[in-house]
Design a protein around this ligand. Sequence first.
Ligand code: FAD
Length: 401
Amino acid sequence: PNHIVVIGGSLAGARALEAARRLGFAGRLTLVGAEAHVPYDRPPLSKDFLDADKASAIPYFSGAEDMAKRLDVQLLLGKAATGIDLTHRKLRIDESTLDYDAALIATGASARALSTPPNLNGVSTLRTVDDAQRVRAAMDRGARVVVIGAGFIGSEVASAVRKRGSQVTMIEALPVPLARAVGRTAGQWLSAVHARHGTELICGVAVDAVVGNDTVEGVLLADGRSIPADLVVVGIGAIPATDWLADSGLDIENGILCDATMRAADSVWAAGDVSRWYSQDFKMHLRVEHWTNAADQGAHAMRNLLDPAHATPYRHIPYFWSDWYGHRIQLAGLAVGEPTVVAGDTSTDKFVALFRDGERLVGALCLNRRADVMRYRALIAEGGSWTDGLELARQRNAVVS
Ligand code: FAD
């Protein structure tokens, strides 16, 4: 291709651009990004960025601030793509169009809003640095905080509030938090971490309304309870950013459908939170919203885009981490079925639990066992058996104890 356009200026998009130049692409590169900022990192936004003891500098990726020059890429920032014409290879940006030879879509996901969006001051999701600045400013003013949704981001926000020594209430509509991410059993274990650190967690109750006039005053629950708040952080999941592709002809049900090589259509590739690809490791389609996947997939999709004749499958065992109250939670692989505890004790802040699919090891959930998780991940990638998993646990426990 002579002209490659990357749509979405965050992790997957930035890694794709870096890869293009690293692999020797000498043609024209354009980045179209809806946010006005050069690429920055999201995980710190719900962690250090909210810490009163730390500076609230925007966590730009290293090298992002001079990427236009360094990578010789034209940056069209603060501009959202509004459509794509696959036949004529034209990207639409409002009234204008941009011709391309190959496109890499990395538009990620947007925070899900409450279904009755109250246009109140003091209510925010947490996806962008602009959101994080709003949330931090309210915390700095000493706001009483309610978090709606006990997922990973909501849990990190609650943990940041506790670090400031304030009270926080988290409300989760499902009976068990994180059931979709780690299963019900492990979700229970992790909700006990909140209890041990003084966060009030109310599960199995929906939010009826967020109340207030101009500014939020509190949250009304379906069981009649009312909880006062000056800041409500909504962490109820994310939706792949595909609205702009509605008439494109691409399959966008739960993300852009890609083959195993991250190709979505002729000359169109996708990567990161927005993509749903065929995983050769698990023989099924996956869409994951994890940092490591976005980083690896962005680079892999670009490599295939540059040499489609030799495109290779994207092999990846999902991995993510989350930090609560100074503890690190890590999951490698998939959390399917019932977990088996192989190290530590789930009533404490240190354990390892493994997941199996028949005779195959498919997942490992670790709390404060940082040195273990990548070993399990490597074993899962090799197609390790359940017995191999138990053997690795035995070896690791011998080392740790
Ligand atoms: P995104 O980061 O969502 O970026 C997509 C970009 O595309 C955005 O800038 C968006 O504005 C832009 N865009 C959207 N539509 C258009 C359009 N039509 N035209 C142009 N541009 C468009 N993962 C972990 O593994 N561990 C963690 O601890 C962790 N913590 C997180 C904390 C927070 C607060 C958040 C929000 C996420 C966290 N994640 C974490 C997830 C991780 O950050 C994401 O998986 C990663 O950012 C995905 O990168 P991406 O490039 O695919 O998409």
